[in-house]
Design a protein around this ligand. Structure first.
Ligand code: 13P
Ligand code: SF4
Length: 350
């Protein structure tokens, strides 16, 4: 029987959620012109675009058309590391750019907006986290990739949602106790599935936190044939209703693989463009983010991912601005658990 420990005396900083950016709309001619210019600059500057599934459909298409990649956070790290380009342009959130820099210290890493952060990262400041770790010296420290370089540097392992459960099982089998940060929902899911003895940092993702279990039950009754796909940053009562729980990649694969024609999707709706491209004709429904009388803040669209656009991507390529830098000593420390993550993921693939 596994045991849960509760965090002692932790008061996390308040995260201010910015409004979702609204970009000036572009005619299709303007869009094509922008994309053509960006593709030419990518070539000219020996740069490759690495984008997350939550960025806009335009950015995702551009990444694919220009020989870059659209992926989950694990694959973004791996792709950038293995690609020979001298410059990585990361369209996502800050931790993705920092991970790219740490893994490729000799490369230039640019981001359309380095202010694109993440509620998990913001609510896990390194000093407070380090003091928390000091309270559990006999625990293996496992941190989600959605953290700062300094938090990674204090950890034993970095994980993404793609390998979180496999790693917890691996560590539990070795008899290790786990300190898990910063996403408490992912942590509790992993704990329940693996039986590992764990203590949790009580952070959460503002986007996934908003999915509502009761409203989801209602939607399922209206669409009884729909498969429910849930990212594990969602609350436990939402995860409990899932047919598939997994990383963004796992959810896209499920839409292709499962025979269902309808899907209710509990993750950022940016993922819908890849799902539609991979499984045309299937019906995708947004999981509800508002309960009775409540309103949503993010409404299933990460405001920080929304800070990436064709317009600011063009600007960074033209000016070389927004370079992501990580102090070399810190990068060397954070590299150790990130490398462990990539090695572990490689072993899982066999
Ligand atoms: P994935 O690694 O599953 O793409 O998740 C990253 C993320 O930030 C989800 O909110
Ligand atoms: Fe962070 Fe949530 Fe946005 Fe992912 S969706 S980047 S976890 S705030």
């Amino acid at each position: 029987m596994s045991k849960k420990a509760e965090p002692r005396h932790l008061i996390l900083p308040t995260v201010v959620v910015p409004p979702h950016p609204v970009w000036p709309s572009l005619s299709s001619e303007e869009k094509t012109a922008l994309k053509t210019r960006i593709k030419a600059l990518l070539q000219e500057k020996d740069a490759v675009l690495v984008a997350h599934y939550y960025t806009s459909a335009d950015l995702q298409e551009l990444a694919e058309e220009s020989g870059g990649c659209v992926a989950d956070s694990l694959e973004m790290a791996r792709f950038g590391h293995e690609h020979p380009a001298a410059t990585l342009v990361v369209a996502g959130v800050r931790f993705m750019g920092e991970t790219a820099k740490i893994l490729n210290i000799e490369k230039r890493v640019l981001m359309p907006d380095p202010g694109a952060t993440c509620s998990l990262d913001e609510a896990c400041p390194a000093e407070l986290f380090s003091a928390f770790c000091d309270q559990y010296p006999d625990h293996t420290v496992v941190v989600y990739a959605n953290t700062s370089a300094a938090v990674k540097a204090r950890s034993d392992w970095v994980v993404t949602s793609g390998i979180a459960l496999a790693l917890a099982r691996h560590l539990a089998a070795r008899g290790e106790k786990i300190l898990w940060a910063p996403d408490r929902h992912l942590g509790h899911y992993v704990q329940e599935q693996s039986g590992a003895e764990m203590v949790f940092w009580p952070g959460s993702c503002v986007v996934h936190e908003e999915f509502r279990a009761v409203a989801l039950e209602r939607l399922r009754r209206i669409h009884p044939q729909a498969a429910v796909l849930v990212h594990p940053e969602s609350p436990a009562q939402v995860i409990a209703q899932a047919d598939v729980v997994g990383s963004t990649t796992a959810l896209i694969e499920a839409v292709v693989r499962l025979p269902n024609q309808e899907f209710i999707v509990a993750t950022d709706k940016g993922i819908f463009s890849k799902m539609r491209q991979s499984a045309p004709g299937k019906v995708l429904l947004e999981a509800p983010t508002v309960g009775e009388g409540a309103t949503c803040q993010s409404c299933a669209s990460c405001p920080w991912m929304g800070m990436n656009s064709l317009q600011n991507l063009l600007t960074v390529l033209e000016t070389g601005s927004n370079e992501i830098l990580v102090p070399p000593e810190l990068a060397a420390k954070a590299l150790v658990p990130i490398r462990r993550m990539l090695d572990f993921a490689r072993q899982l693939q066999g």
